[in-house]
Design a binder for this molecule. Structure first.
Ligand code: HEM
Length: 421
């Protein structure tokens, strides 16, 4: 239990805090909805209204730091009350600047439009059959043992293979690609001089080959549609842009989706009443997933850069300030959610959480993530009449211990050992 003056600790490098983020978030909330943390000089927002406000004002807040956050920094000294021109002049010096999630305005809109057209209901429906049968295959591998380590044996491989199938990665290549997946950026264990390794870079070559191949030999898959997409003015975005988008899709949703599923299973294994309710009425799974997203937001923090001196919640924010949007904080804001620290899948505003962000950059993969979680949960509930936490690994009820990824961006279990008596 963290009991010291927790608000003064450095959330971005202190790996004990990311194991247990709520005391830090609540200590900051107690000081107000906007609090400057002094280690990296970022303003942290923990209030629902304030986070939503920033998400809805792209003209005042740039996405250019949304992955790097305070540790990625600003590659110039901000001066004056409007740094829009300086951001554009230095855009390519920000970390992850080649990925469209960090773009703003028109450049962002046209790239996002390319992906929106691809992630259709029809594609998702086609992907669902694979999702269901692959979840079944994964369960078969550990069912006889009556136990498993869920992250490595179920949630992570399911997330990787589902997105590989959705894109149209050839079956024979999928295992090899899965082995290359690197941890997402945001390692709190990297310390002050964090080196930002782009986890997408190792896939550039193979996705370039796929896209070139699809151009020459079209198939009925998302990669073919992507390589044949055109910008609104009819021009070809070019192979490099397509490759980056394909890599982003391949990696973007894997970690978060796998973490959502593992958190959901931990909650139902810890709470037999909830497990019973879900078994009795599978229609409740939808709300259960939404409440899991609120309660254990897989993305803990998102980031924006103030382009202009402006105000948030009545407080002045100087141009050049990196804003940390605490989704963990917003999703447990007592002014918005009644009894926010209680897991209540029947709460009235169960779908209002900000786990998928909001506004022009809101998550494009949310329907896929929801479907994947629902399919995984249904398959596990079908296969095992009882799902329990393995006490040998996590300790007895009331004295459990879990290992969370040492990340200041994502919240996710490193492992989850289960028993199926
Ligand atoms: C539980 C799972 C997921 C969570 C919690 C999540 C969370 C988020 C959040 C918070 C953002 C907003 C980033 C920002 O505004 O700075 C985002 C954006 C995005 N997500 Fe997800 N995501 C999940 C799954 C997925 C999946 C499965 C995919 C891909 C199929 C995906 C693709 C994207 C894309 C492409 C964007 C960028 C949108 C833009 O900048 O216009 N996500 N996600």
């Amino acid at each position: 239990m963290i009991t010291d003056n927790v608000a003064e600790r450095d959330f971005f490098t202190d790996t004990t805090l990311v194991q247990e983020p709520h005391p830090w978030v609540e200590a900051l909330r107690a000081q107000g909805p906007l609090v400057r943390e002094h280690h990296h000089n970022s303003i942290v927002l923990t209030g629902y209204d304030e986070v939503q406000d920033v998400y809805s004002r792209p003209e005042d807040f740039s996405n250019v730091v949304c992955v790097g956050g305070p540790l990625g920094g600003v590659p110039f000294t901000p001066q004056g009350d409007d740094i829009c021109a300086a951001i554009e002049a230095n855009r390519d010096k920000f970390v992850f600047s080649e990925h469209f999630i960090t773009f703003d305005g028109e450049a962002h809109r046209v790239h996002r439009a390319l992906l929106t057209k691809l992630l259709t209901f029809k594609r998702l429906k086609a992907n669902e059959a694979f999702m269901d049968s692959y979840a079944g295959e994964l369960i078969e591998a550990f069912a006889a043992r009556r136990s498993c380590e869920l992250v490595s044996e179920f949630s992570q491989p399911l997330a990787t293979m589902v997105i590989a199938d959705l894109l149209g990665v050839p079956e024979e290549d999928r295992e090899e690609l899965r082995a290359k997946v690197l941890p997402a950026p945001g390692g709190a264990d990297q310390g002050e001089g964090a080196v930002f390794v782009d986890p997408l870079a190792v896939f550039t070559e193979v996705f370039t080959d796929y896209l070139k191949d699809r151009r020459a030999h079209p198939r009925d898959d998302l990669l073919t549609e992507l390589v044949n997409s055109r910008l609104p003015d009819g021009s070809d975005p070019g192979i490099d842009t397509m490759v980056r988008l394909a890599c982003f899709l391949f990696i973007g949703g894997q970690d978060t989706s796998a973490k959502l599923l593992a958190s959901a299973v931990r909650i139902l294994a810890e709470r037999p009443g909830i497990q019973q309710a879900l078994r009795a009425d599978r229609n409740l799974i939808g709300n259960f997933i939404e409440e899991t997203l609120r309660f254990e937001s897989p993305t803990m923090n998102d980031f924006r850069l103030a382009r202009r001196t402006t105000t948030v919640g009545g407080v002045e924010v100087k141009a050049g300030t990196i804003i940390t949007l605490s989704l963990t904080g917003a999703n447990r804001d007592p002014d918005y959610f009644e009894n926010p620290n209680e897991f209540d899948m029947n709460r009235p505003k169960v779908r209002d959480h900000l786990a998928f962000g909001r506004g022009p950059h809101g998550c494009l993969g949310a329907p896929l993530a929801r479907l994947e979680a629902r399919t995984g949960l249904n398959r596990l509930l079908d296969a095992f009449p009882v799902i329990e936490i393995d006490e040998e690994h996590h300790g007895p009820a009331g004295a459990r211990h879990y290992n969370y990824l040492p990340s200041y961006i994502l919240r996710g279990l490193e492992d989850l050992y289960l028993r199926f008596p």
